[in-house]
Design a binder for this molecule. Structure first.
Ligand SMILES: Cc1cc2nc3c(=O)[nH]c(=O)nc-3n(C[C@H](O)[C@H](O)[C@H](O)COP(=O)(O)OP(=O)(O)OC[C@H]3O[C@@H](n4cnc5c(N)ncnc54)[C@H](O)[C@@H]3O)c2cc1C
Length: 282
């Protein structure tokens, strides 16, 4: 195994090009577990933690979050998405959050990745770069299966970007405890009042992150009636219906973390609570 330390983005792209068995190392919180358990044995490792170009964070109506932004930085800065901050707060422990990155969550692309339902609900774009050029892929097209994405072996995930959607958003998850546990199901809800758009992303309840389109349409109808500009308290029946539609979009399986029935149940409960809470945020 050889290690090629990248000092800038060009270095990383050069080291990746033509080496199908090269693996990027960011915070290492997923990759080192894989290596320690013998599930991955890369011939070339490219640590990118010194690449300053991947540490930028900008917000100017449009948010661009460099791939090396850690969860700790998300908690310390105005990253333009309260839901993403909520997701960051649930991840691992302080030690994990200090080094683990959004690029690594996208790189691993697990259906249980806590930032991913939020990126889906925000309709984020993943920016990829290789020596051949830059590619921008809608998150909806990025993830293709459990731990599978359209990223090519010579591409670095450079950033995630999204339009600033305001503060009416949340991320909720259910797990056996509040920290250091993989989520049984997660739900992100974004109500973008300015663009009159509702986004719902579901995690840990299918092979990919799932958009709950029927629930989105239902909430859009409620807001069309109530008015997008002002906070609104949906009726209990409407919030419950939204939760049921969100749960119906899931494609869960029974596994060690939860059953199909339990996953659908918690999604319905989270959906109900999320709409009641988020619709009331100005
Ligand atoms: C104790 C513990 C608790 C955890 N808790 C959670 C949790 O609650 N929620 C959650 O979602 N995750 C959790 N994780 C998983 C992990 O911390 C996250 O997925 C994290 O975001 C990975 O980021 P990283 O920088 O450490 O990635 P790494 O381990 O460095 O990389 C992960 C994968 O992505 C690739 N990669 C990394 N950066 C890039 C890039 N810029 N371009 C292309 N490919 C790249 C790597 O090659 C590798 O395949 C936990 C892990 C541990 C060990």
């Amino acid at each position: 195994m050889s290690v090629h330390i990248a000092r800038n983005l060009d270095d990383a792209l050069e080291d990746l090009s033509g080496r199908a068995d090269a693996t990027i190392l960011a915070g290492g919180t997923d990759l080192l577990v894989e290596i320690n358990f013998g599930r991955q044995r890369p011939s070339h490792i490219i640590p990118i933690d010194r690449v300053e170009e991947l540490k930028d964070l900008s917000r100017n109506g449009h948010v661009r979050m460099g791939a090396l932004i850690t969860y700790t930085r998300m908690l310390e800065n105005d990253v333009g998405s309260p839901a993403l901050v909520e997701a960051a707060r649930t991840i691992g422990s302080p030690q994990i959050r200090n080094v683990a990155t959004i690029g690594g969550n996208l790189g691993t692309c697990s259906p249980a990745g806590d930032t991913l339902p939020v990126l889906a609900a925000l309709e984020a774009t993943v920016v990829l770069k290789s020596k051949r050029g830059e590619r921008r892929v809608a998150f909806a097209d990025f993830m293709t299966g459990p731990k599978k994405s359209v990223r090519r072996p010579d591409e670095v995930i450079v950033a995630a970007e999204w339009d600033d959607a305001g503060v009416a958003q949340t991320y909720m998850f259910a797990a056996t405890r509040n920290a250091m546990a993989i989520s049984i199901s997660g739900l992100a809800l974004v109500i973008d009042r300015a663009r009159r758009r509702v986004g719902v992303g579901l995690g840990s309840c299918g092979p990919t992150i799932i958009r709950a389109s029927e629930a989105e349409r239902f909430a859009t109808g409620l807001l069309d009636e109530a008015g997008w500009e002002k906070p609104h308290r949906p009726s209990d029946a409407a919030a419950k219906k939204f939760g049921e539609l969100a749960a119906a979009a899931a494609k869960p399986i029974d596994d060690v973390r939860g059953t199909v029935a339990y996953r659908r149940h918690v999604l319905a409960v989270m959906g109900t609570r999320a709409l009641a809470r988020v619709a009331a945020i100005p």
